[in-house]
Design a protein around this ligand. Structure first.
Ligand SMILES: *[C@@H]1O[C@H](CO)[C@@H](O)[C@H](O)[C@H]1NC(C)=O
Ligand SMILES: *[C@@H]1O[C@H](CO)[C@@H](O)[C@H](O)[C@H]1NC(C)=O
Ligand SMILES: *[C@@H]1O[C@H](CO)[C@@H](O)[C@H](O)[C@H]1NC(C)=O
Ligand SMILES: *[C@@H]1O[C@H](CO)[C@@H](O)[C@H](O)[C@H]1NC(C)=O
Ligand SMILES: *[C@@H]1O[C@H](CO)[C@@H](O)[C@H](O)[C@H]1NC(C)=O
Length: 413
């Protein structure tokens, strides 16, 4: 039990409110929050599990990594943004209509198929693509990328057709393309390094980058740690040991060594500090967030999704025969990451306005769930009777759940 005395409840909620606004349930982020945080365990959504582990997880090809493909998908979907003639494109899931052309490789279609089960009226495909960046980067040991939501899905091809950078482009074209996306030359170098720290290049897709002499679909890692989101892409390049096909002599000879062209474009001034592991993570956290926020109207994006400390699910309230009792059925998910719990109780306000021992619903533990950084326990109450005369705040359709924080659940009026 971890119900605290009333004064403490108040104190803690005031402290919490002073630092940042309390996320209130229900909210537009609720479905995405489940997808983002419930990787395994009770009522898991299994989204993060698709990119775990970071390496060759694709069920379609043993030389392909879902994590690397999800990250690449977000970049390619965003990269078509058009500024002139009315801003359009950006991260809007228009990739669905743009496969082929400058979006080369089977990974995009696989990724979109991975995402389809998560698509709903409460989770746009574009927001799911953004969530895919969080999940893939975390699975590979990278930073937490904050995920704002509210992206709108395109219903047709948008932006610049063929607007994605290709390995054979010259540096002037790269600079112009990234400038169109909102990144200057420094940021272009940084973003390319962040994107190429995981995964491989396949010869079938880029025969001028990876020679197919050894196998019909040979692949070459982009750095020495293709399953880790780390600074090896920069370290390897700088110390002359790189395995990155996009910096190789073969690709240089074919004029398709785009990583070399990009990294070298300011005489290595930007790539050099990125060899530092912490610098690398910090830069990538910031730039990948910016990458997924390249949308037509950034002002519509919500605050970043935050994990709920307490979140209800499957709530049902019904008036029981006789009319003096209400039956409560539902589940309460409690975040236990830094605070294990024994049990979950729900307390509602009585007519005097305080939670009391007679206004308590006890729950049974249904299970636990895990995300990349959090653990949860879920308590369930089945058909618990609440005496109507004890329910105060219910009258204005507000039920309050007290743990060590104050939560308001707005039920339908
Ligand atoms: C790009 O923008 C960053 C941040 O404003 C700045 O520090 C950097 O010097 C700029 N780089 C170029 C090449 O303009
Ligand atoms: C390599 O690619 C070339 C051109 O696409 C093709 O003609 C050749 O058969 C391929 N070789 C192998 C071993 O797959
Ligand atoms: C280059 O850096 C990598 C780490 O990214 C390291 O494993 C490798 O030993 C280094 N090679 C040389 C020649 O210093
Ligand atoms: C940048 O680093 C690469 C890899 O070590 C090297 O080949 C290249 O010559 C360097 N560029 C400059 C201008 O020093
Ligand atoms: C709780 O209910 C019991 C039994 O109905 C009653 O005796 C008691 O006074 C109630 N306690 C409070 C705090 O309302």
């Amino acid at each position: 039990m971890w119900n605290l005395p009333g004064s403490c409840l108040l104190l803690l909620s005031v402290i919490r409110c002073a630092t940042h606004a309390l996320q209130t349930w229900p909210s537009s982020i609720d479905e995405l929050e489940d997808i983002m945080f419930l990787n395994t365990g009770y009522r898991n959504r299994g989204f993060g599990a698709l990119v775990t582990p970071c390496g060759f997880t694709s069920t379609e090809d043993t030389t392909r990594s879902n994590a690397a493909e999800w990250l690449r998908t977000a970049f390619h979907d965003m990269a078509n943004i058009a500024l002139a003639g009315g801003r359009n494109g950006g991260l809007d899931a228009s990739l669905v209509y743009e496969l082929g052309a400058s979006n080369i490789g089977a990974g995009f279609e696989t990724t979109l198929r991975n995402f389809v089960p998560y698509y709903s009226t409460r989770s746009s495909m574009a927001d799911i693509i953004a969530l895919g960046v969080y999940a893939s980067v975390r699975s590979c040991g990278g930073p937490v990328i904050p995920i704002r939501t509210g992206r709108k899905d395109a219903i047709k091809q948008t932006g610049i057709i063929g607007g994605t950078p290709l390995p054979q482009n010259d540096i002037g074209t790269f600079v112009n393309q990234f400038h169109r996306m909102g990144f200057n030359q420094t940021e272009m170098i940084q973003l390319v390094a962040c994107g190429h720290t995981i995964g491989v290049t396949h010869s079938n897709d880029f025969p001028e980058v990876v020679s197919n002499a050894s196998a019909s679909n040979a692949f070459q890692s982009l750095d020495s740690t293709r399953n880790t989101f780390d600074s090896a892409i920069a370290q390897d390049y700088l110390n002359g040991s790189t395995t990155d096909a996009l910096s190789s002599q073969y690709a240089i000879a074919n004029k398709q060594a785009s990583d070399f062209v990009v990294f070298n474009s300011d005489n290595n001034a930007t790539i050099t500090p990125m060899a530092d592991p912490t610098t690398f993570q910090n830069i990538c956290q910031s730039l990948l967030q910016r990458m997924i926020e390249v949308v037509v109207d950034p002002s519509i994006l919500t605050d970043p999704i935050e994990v709920y400390d307490v979140k209800p699910a499957a709530l049902q309230l019904s008036l029981m025969d006789g009319g003096d009792q209400i039956s409560f059925t539902g589940e309460i998910r409690v975040r236990t990451t830094s605070k294990p719990i024994d049990s979950v109780q729900i307390m509602y306000w009585d007519r005097i306005g305080i939670p009391g021992p007679n206004n308590t619903i006890t729950t049974t533990l249904k299970g636990t769930a895990q995300g990349f950084e959090d653990q949860f326990s879920v308590g369930s109450a089945q058909h618990t009777a609440m005496t109507v005369s004890n329910i105060g705040s219910f009258m204005d359709s507000i039920l309050s759940f007290h743990q060590n924080l104050l939560y308001h659940l707005s039920l339908s009026k």
